[in-house]
Design a protein around this ligand. Sequence first.
Ligand SMILES: [Cu+2]
Length: 194
Amino acid sequence: MNKHLWKPAVGLIMGGGLLLVVAAACTSAKPTPTPAPVAAAHEKLEAKTAKPKRLEAVIEIDMREFSFDNPQGAKNPTFRLPAGKTVGIHVHNEGAVTHELALGRKRDTSTGEYAELLTEMVSMDLFSYYGKEKAEVEGASFGELEVGPGIRDFWLRFTVPDNLKGEWEIGCLIKETDGKDHYAEGMHAKLIFE
Ligand SMILES: [Cu+2]
């Protein structure tokens, strides 16, 4: 059986805001005499061990086709986080395709876009862990996060001020070329800052 090597890639595209694209491909490679580090990296990735510092509250979100689930497996539950505290969203793409995490409100049903994006209104720190490797971006402002299949350890860290308290939505706005519309398939959940 072939060993698998992780080849993560993080790309930053400057535009009106900052778009962060994360993709990983699991490619096959010939067995090597010393495969242990690769196996160890896989175990660490699966174990979801690393964690950003200073977090006062965390929600865990599993992306699947086509919902945002909590660790108990509930589909599109209402997620809750406190305003005024340093909070984390830990994102795991457990699905087979790329999904998007957009944090917005006031969605325009004709365009499918959010009129307000929390990720443009509040600066966020982004962390991604690949075994022993860590990618970190501080103070990012961006439209949405694209999370490739196999990315199971992606973090957002931020603080929502009191004036942005209330109901927001986590949505996947991906429309695939074959016409599959993830949002329409049900990939959205409430996120309340209280
Ligand atoms: Cu999706």
